[in-house]
Design a protein around this ligand. Structure first.
Ligand SMILES: [Zn+2]
Length: 108
């Protein structure tokens, strides 16, 4: 079963729980089977990297670790904060996400 998540790549989100609470960033990848997302520059972890063509030096690199989607909220541009998101159909039949606080459509 594929679960549908309200958070997608390129969304601006705020972290609402955990050690990165209160920080904001852009979603760079969603991992739907794990219900997790990678957020740019958040939840960074140091990893030991063996030399590869991409990292010929090897050594320690920093990269984003996934954050559980339930710990993230989408930021509404109008409300300037993390908001609950609903779904609705536009008159042309297009399905969009909207801010439950102000009604602003979040998909462009
Ligand atoms: Zn809003």
């Amino acid at each position: 079963m594929i679960r549908k998540f309200k958070i997608r790549k390129d969304d601006n989100v705020i972290v609402i729980a955990g050690k990165e609470k209160g920080k904001t960033g852009k979603v760079i990848r969603v991992l739907p089977d794990k219900a997790m997302a990678l957020v740019e520059k958040l939840n960074m972890v140091k990893r030991h990297q063996k030399p590869t063509p991409k990292y010929p030096q090897g050594g320690i690199i920093e990269k984003e670790a996934p954050i559980h989607i339930s710990n993230l909220m989408i930021i509404c541009d109008k409300c300037k904060k993390g908001v609950r998101v609903g779904r609705k159909f536009l008159e042309d039949g297009k399905k969009v996400r909207f801010c439950k606080s102000c009604g602003e459509v979040l998909d462009r």
